[in-house]
Design a protein around this ligand. Structure first.
Ligand SMILES: [Fe+2]
Length: 456
């Protein structure tokens, strides 16, 4: 275990070092004198079981620093040390009352008392460490799963880890032990995007998730329409993970069929497209939420145009699920033309992979043999009628009507993710699309979309 002492009075370092040396020799004490150094050390040289914070520290506020530490690495034993006056002045009562693991040590230092105080914190840290044990393992034995997947459950039958370094993992969730949604939210606040599972458990997790979500989709009816939307977002998330990590299996194909059928059911649950858009449980604007919205919007256009919806829904539905699956970063999903300034910050390889992401996704769609011609819809999803799109930069003349439907849905969803979903943003976005989409193969689907969006 490691402990950190944050204090800008260097002479106090020796006193602490002596106590640790004499009584807690198995614990490595690191001393730093400034807040930034403390945060860097905690992030990159951790994990730390215990933090001791001198309240007289000059360049920062000790309570603010403690809050930042908890936000960065999570709650753990922390001792504020200082004179009674300094503690009264600089330790916020509210922070002290909120966290059980925060204690206070009043100076002047008395070695025996200080030793007892540290001992108590160490016992606490040991208990935590037992629950969240750090394991050193080869990273090739672990696979990442998006944090959001864990909202589906309140316990899992295997241990789940946070990656500390390429070889060190900290146990975050213990097998068969209940966890709360707020634990997952805490990870999110700490900017943890992935949790790690051992490889063989990873496939189990995905297969269990598919079973659980499928069951939920079969059981959902009109009275629970928001739940259907939330479950569809979870379903797309798991299908992406499965395709990327395992591939396209028969069970995955069945799952994707079920997702696509449910795009149609969403429409039957609601009275208008506007009602769906305004009530859509958009939280992250990520690829899964975008895919569900695109699938639903396409379905509306197809129905409005009087096409045989089950046949076309399959095509636009599969395109919605797959088209952005190989994007290296989710935030790049909102880049819509080939000269976009964000592309200048990418390396040449990243840029090439980004421009080609429609081809790679199109290739995957060919494994879904029940769905014809989805590959060219996916290939064209970033093309534009005026030729400013990519990867080929073709114009209206070479874009089919079914691709036009998907291109309009794709760009509408990208714009609502950027601008938010309100009646006025939708109206503004549609207005801005008029010059682009009121011609060629785009004209008919775009007019139908306008009509559908006017319906209350
Ligand atoms: Fe894309």
């Amino acid at each position: 275990m490691k402990a950190l002492f944050v204090c800008d009075e260097i002479e106090d370092w020796d006193l602490l070092k002596n106590i640790f040396h004499a009584h807690f020799s198995s614990i490595e004490l690191l001393c730093v004198s400034a807040a930034k150094e403390a945060l860097d050390t905690l992030m990159f040289e951790g994990p730390f079981g215990l933090i001791i914070l001198e309240c007289s520290i000059k360049e920062s506020d000790p309570t603010l620093l403690a809050e930042e530490i908890y936000e960065t690495i999570g709650e753990r034993p922390l001792i504020f040390v200082g004179t009674a006056a300094m503690i009264k002045d600089r330790v916020k009562q509210e922070f002290f009352d909120t966290y059980d693991m925060v204690t206070i040590y009043n100076k002047p230092y008395k070695p025996l008392e200080l030793k007892n105080s540290i001992n108590e914190a160490i016992n606490w840290a040991k208990q935590l460490e037992y629950e969240q044990s750090v394991v050193e393992l080869d990273s090739s034995e672990f696979l990442p799963l998006k944090l959001r997947n864990f909202y589906l459950y309140d316990q899992v039958p295997f241990d789940v880890y946070i990656e500390l370094t390429k070889t060190k993992y900290l146990k975050a969730i213990t097998a068969h032990k209940k966890y709360t949604q707020s634990i997952i939210q805490d990870f999110q606040k700490r900017n943890i995007k992935y949790l790690y599972l051992e490889k063989n458990e990873h496939l189990n997790f995905l297969e269990n998730s598919i079973k659980k979500i499928s069951q939920s989709l079969y059981q959902t009816d009109k009275s629970d329409r928001v739940r259907r939307l939330q479950t569809l977002v979870a379903a797309v998330l798991v299908s992406h993970q499965y395709i990327k990590d395992v591939g396209v299996s028969d069970s995955l194909k069945e799952f994707v069929d079920l997702i696509i059928i449910n795009f149609g059911k969403v429409i039957e649950d609601h009275t208008s497209l506007q009602e769906i858009l305004l009530n859509f449980p958009i939280e992250h604007g990520d690829l899964a939420e975008q895919a569900v919205l695109k699938g639903i919007i396409c379905e509306f256009m197809v129905r409005s145009m009087g096409w045989r919806s089950d046949l076309t829904r399959s095509k636009t539905g599969l395109a919605s699920i797959l088209h952005d699956i190989f994007l290296e970063r989710e935030e790049w999903s909102t880049i819509t033309y080939k000269d976009h300034p964000h592309l200048d910050d990418l390396t040449e390889l990243q840029r090439k992979n980004f421009i080609d992401h429609p081809f790679k996704a199109a290739e995957t769609s060919r494994y879904f043999s029940n769905y014809a011609d989805v590959d060219f819809i996916i290939e064209q999803h970033h093309e534009q009628p005026d030729g400013t799109g990519f990867p080929r930069g073709i114009n209206s003349g070479k874009i089919t009507k079914v691709s036009a439907i998907f291109i309009i849905a794709n760009n509408l969803v990208i714009q609502v993710v950027i601008n938010g979903i309100t009646p006025s943003t939708i109206q503004n976005i549609m207005q801005s699309f008029k010059d682009l989409y009121l011609g060629g193969p785009f004209k008919e689907p775009f007019n139908h979309l306008i009509k559908e969006l006017k319906r209350k």
